[in-house]
Design a protein around this ligand. Structure first.
Ligand code: IMP
Ligand code: MG
Length: 181
């Protein structure tokens, strides 16, 4: 399906149904590894929709996770990363001794998640795992892999389901490719 009522043409890559099914499976995998006392650390802003679905799926599968939020930013208004990660809003929880599950939207260069993992380790989390909705493995600049990945994709710029292009399209229920024409 291609939608023309936006400024950009957006072609569906994963439908809401496909996403829901995959998120449920991810939650099952996570719970099989760890059920108790998970602190889900949501990396804002891009992963808030994913995280909202994931914590409910975790609950369905028997893990009652706690949730906290951190805002990391590496992108400006365009589609190119600046290469620098900044922490612009910190957690309210102390992560020392906690079983942390970092949740983010996209693993691209790896800089964002590497920075987040390092920060949790410096703060003496008992364990740190990573759950990424999307992985663009060909774009890596830092050597890092996620523990849980929703979908592996080619290096196209995607929007929807929390992901933005210049702050737009986060509310789309599906994940779509911005068509360059
Ligand atoms: P990394 O630090 O290069 O791994 O970049 C990951 C971050 O860049 C993600 O958390 C997103 O916020 C952003 N990002 C990367 N690719 C896309 C995309 O296709 N659409 C929207 N945001 C993206
Ligand atoms: Mg992000």
């Amino acid at each position: 399906m291609t939608s023309y009522d936006h400024e950009h043409k957006i072609k569906t890559m994963f439908s809401a149904e496909q996403i829901a099914e995959r998120v449920d499976t991810l939650a099952r995998e996570i719970v099989a590894d760890e059920k108790e006392n998970i602190l889900v650390v949501v990396i804002l802003k891009g992963s808030f929709v994913f995280a909202a679905d994931l914590i409910r799926a975790l609950e369905r599968h028997g893990a009652s996770a706690q949730v906290d939020f951190v805002t990391l930013s590496s992108y400006g208004m365009g589609t190119e990363s600046s290469g620098m990660v900044r922490l612009t809003h910190d957690l309210s929880e102390d992560v020392a001794g906690r079983i942390v599950l970092l949740v983010d939207d996209i693993l691209e260069s790896g800089r964002t998640i590497a920075f987040a993992v390092e920060t949790m380790q410096e703060r003496r989390a008992a364990s740190v795992k990573t759950c990424l909705l999307l992985d663009k493995p060909t774009q890596r600049k830092v050597e890092i892999e996620a523990d849980y990945v929703g979908f592996t994709i080619d290096p196209e710029f995607v929007v929807g389901y929390g992901l933005d292009l210049a702050k737009r399209y986060r509310g789309l229920p599906y994940i779509g490719i911005v068509q360059s024409d």
